[in-house]
Design a protein around this ligand. Structure first.
Ligand code: HEC
Length: 92
C-alpha cells in the first residue's frame, strides 16, 4: 500500500502544469487541427495569416477550441496550454 501511494505521489508531482501543456494539447487538439492543416497539426499556428495576434486572442481562442475539443480544463491546465503554445509558436 505504501509503495502504491509513493508511486502515485511521484506520478502526480511530475504532472506539474508547465510540463503538462504539451501533453494536454496533444491529446485534445492535434487531430482536428491536422485535418484542417492538410495533415500538419501545427500549420494553423505557423501560417502567415494566422488569426491569433495577442495573448488575449490566444486565451479566447482556447475557450472556443476547448468547446470544439469537448474538454473542460481548469485554470491551471488552460494556463499550461497557453504557455506551451505561446512559448513554442506565438512568442508574445
Ligand atoms: C473540432 C475541431 C477543433 C479542435 C478539436 C480544436 N480546434 Fe483549434 N481551431 C479549429 C478551427 C476551425 C480553427 C480556426 C481555423 C481558421 O481560422 O482558419 C482553430 C484555430 C485555433 C487556434 C488559432 C490559430 C491561429 O490562426 O493563430 C488556436 C490557438 C487553437 N485553435 C487552439 C486549439 C486548442 C488549444 C485546442 C485543444 C483544446 C483546439 N484548438 C482544438 C478547430 C479545432
Amino acid at each position: 500500500m505504501r509503495l502504491l501511494l509513493t508511486s502515485l505521489a511521484i506520478l502526480f508531482s511530475s504532472a506539474a502544469p508547465a510540463q503538462n501543456g504539451k501533453a494536454l494539447h496533444d491529446a485534445a487538439c492535434l487531430e482536428c487541427h491536422a485535418s484542417l492543416g492538410g495533415g500538419d497539426p501545427y500549420q494553423l499556428y505557423q501560417r502567415d495569416d494566422r488569426k491569433v495576434r495577442s495573448l488575449q486572442d490566444l486565451e479566447s481562442r482556447l475557450q472556443h477550441c476547448m468547446r470544439a475539443a469537448d474538454v473542460s480544463w481548469d485554470r491551471d491546465q488552460q494556463k499550461a496550454v497557453v504557455n506551451y503554445l505561446n512559448s513554442r509558436f506565438y512568442r508574445f
